[in-house]
Design a protein around this ligand. Structure first.
Ligand code: ADP
Length: 571
């Protein structure tokens, strides 16, 4: 894991070196300031040596200036280093996420993926530069200051060491508890957000069931927990800061007390005591940094572990060693004894199915909801890997093709079409980004959506989704059909909408589908009688098994399950 983390420093090593050099130099320069003050108080001022006083101030001025420059470099380039490493990680995790299969997405919450990419990576970026910076600054400043203190007066230096462990212990333990309190508050905020979101999104259900009181009560509980977490967090915060301030006061008290005692015994002079007080002042900041570092380091490692966890997931569906490109696909599809079940479930969803879909024909797959129709067709583009048996495209096992080329040969029109939150044009061009304007218009016309698009304020450039016009289910499906026309694949999978579309949409979709299915293998998960009737062949699925097949008339004559579905309107 460490090796992987270090690998992210490599491309930005120059920034890392710059950041660390600036951190070291600014700490070293800081250490000299109390020393110069001491010399002023001890020698130059009593001796009224104006030349040395002037030189001391000039040196201090120059040191301050350089320190400011180094601090600027550290803060600016340190953060930029973190940002660049974060961007690299974000790029890698996103690329990796694109490779992972449906199985991963079936089993992972979107919210989790989001928080990996945003919160976790942000945390790692912070640690990536603050970690080494804080460590170096603290080590240099604390050790450096003590070297000088021991050099000036070892007795007082020993005394100055006494309060240090108390400060560190308090800082580490209480600091950690306070941060845990912060985390708890963040978790409660997330709970509260999702509670509000649930109620707002489901407001129609809430109102139609007249369950406002229940929602208010549920929210009351979430709100109470949030309030409690915040109160606890503030209590911890008060304890932490009061304790730190108190111990800082004790620190000063110990040094001044010890110093007074030594002065009274003529073992120290006032100038030395002042320089000690300045050093104490100087090391307090690095101590706080060190405390912060330990906490941040832990959080950063956990975040990086989670990042590594995702990066280590091997995409379970990938090209075999000598995969070939699918070219000039005719579109014959064959299932041979295919069996499949979803990962982590017991039920066999596709049970020993063998079927043939001849090139260029229209095949309907019918069956009750849950019979396995969608699963069956999702095996063709290898969205999931079959457990047993083979699927062949043009007499070649689909596992032997390069996945990309296989998927490029297959067009899919889903029942619940997903449109990207952008313009209609971009949504259609997704089928073929290189298409010309004429081709775009032609496909929109064939999908019977062109006239509708022309009624929109910005035509093809109208935004859809949250930020733009809301399309009806039928309109979305026609946009998706236009997309499929533009892609022009030899194999087309069409999941007919079960929910009743308005009759106009329905007949428009019907018409465009008929046109789209010309000269390509078309597999339709069919619900409408007209589609089923027009299909060249119908496969009937029941609980994952293929139980009947034939033309509409054949199947009706069989007087079997298909006829039951048909007469009960269950198609
Ligand atoms: P149909 O399309 O005929 O309605 P599906 O293929 O969608 O049927 O579903 C078949 C069975 O597989 C159902 O029991 C369903 O619960 C299950 N199933 C569907 N998708 C998944 C999934 N991603 N993970 C686990 N089980 C699933």
């Amino acid at each position: 894991m460490l090796k992987r983390f270090i690998s992210y420093y490599k491309p930005h090593i120059h920034l890392f070196v710059l950041d660390m050099t600036a951190a070291i130099l600014s700490s070293i320069m800081g250490i000299f300031f109390p020393m110069i003050t001491r010399n002023l108080l001890k020698f130059y001022i009593p001796e009224k040596d104006t030349r040395m006083i002037t030189i001391a101030f000039i040196i201090m001025g120059v040191v301050w200036m350089f320190r400011a420059i180094f601090n600027f470099i550290r803060v600016k380039w340190g953060h930029i280093l973190g940002v660049r490493m974060e961007a690299d990680m974000r790029k890698h995790i996103f690329q990796h996420l694109q490779k992972l299969s449906f199985t991963y997405y079936d089993n992972t919450k979107t919210g989790h993926i989001m928080s990996r990419i945003t919160n976790d990576l942000n945390m790692i970026a912070e640690v990536a530069h603050h970690g080494p910076e804080d460590l170096i600054i603290s080590v240099f400043m604390i050790i450096g200051s003590f070297i000088f203190m021991f050099y000036f007066n070892s007795r007082l230096a020993w005394i100055s060491l006494i309060p240090l462990p108390f400060l560190l212990i308090w800082g580490f333990t209480l600091g950690r508890r306070m941060k845990a309190g912060f985390r708890d508050v963040r978790a409660r905020i997330a709970d509260m957000n999702s509670s509000v979101e649930n109620s707002v999104v489901g407001i129609r259900e809430v109102k139609s069931f007249a369950k406002e009181d229940l929602e208010i009560a549920k929210f009351g509980e979430v709100n109470r927990l949030f309030k409690k977490a915040k109160e606890r967090m503030y209590t911890l915060m008060a304890t932490f800061f009061t304790g730190m301030n108190f111990l800082t006061d004790v620190y000063y008290g110990t040094v001044v007390g010890g110093g007074t005692y030594l002065i009274l015994r003529n073992q120290l002079d006032a100038a030395d005591l002042i320089s000690f007080i300045l050093y104490i002042n100087f090391i307090l900041d690095p101590i706080k940094r060190l405390i912060n570092f330990v906490e941040q380091y832990q959080q950063g490692t956990t975040a990086f572990e989670r990042f590594t966890e995702i990066m280590d997931i091997e995409p379970d569906i990938k090209d075999v060693a000598n995969a070939v490109k699918a070219t000039n696909v005719a579109g014959k599809i064959e299932f041979k004894n295919v069996t499949f079940k979803y990962d982590g479930t017991k039920d066999i969803v596709i049970n020993d199915i063998s079927m043939t879909m001849p090139a260029g024909k229209t095949i309907a797959v019918v069956g009750e909801s849950g019979a396995g129709k969608s699963t069956l067709v999702s095996l063709i583009p290898r969205f999931y890997e079959v457990d047993e048996g083979t699927i062949r495209l043009d007499d070649k096992d689909i596992a032997k093709f390069k996945i990309r080329s296989l998927r490029e040969s297959i067009g899919i029109v889903q029942q619940n079409v997903f449109l990207f939150d952008t313009t209609i044009r971009e949504n259609i061009l997704y089928g073929n980004p290189e298409a010309s304007e004429d081709e775009l218009i032609d496909c929109a016309k064939k999908a019977n959506i062109y006239d509708f698009i022309m009624t929109l304020p910005d035509g093809f450039d109208t935004l859809v989704g949250e930020r733009g016009v809301k399309l009806s289910g039928g309109q979305k499906q026609r946009v998706s059909i236009a997309r499929a026309f533009l892609k022009n694949p030899p194999v087309l999978i069409f999941d007919e909408a079960t929910s009743s579309l308005d009759t106009e949409s329905e007949s428009l979709i019907q018409k465009s589908m008929e046109e789209l299915s010309v000269n390509r293998t078309t597999i339709i998960i069919a619900h409408r009688l007209s589609t089923v009737r027009n299909a060249d062949w119908i496969y009937v699925l029941r609980s994952g098994k293929l139980i009947e097949q034939g033309s509409h008339e054949d199947l009706l004559n069989m007087d079997g399950y298909y006829k039951t579905l048909y007469t009960r309107n269950l198609l």
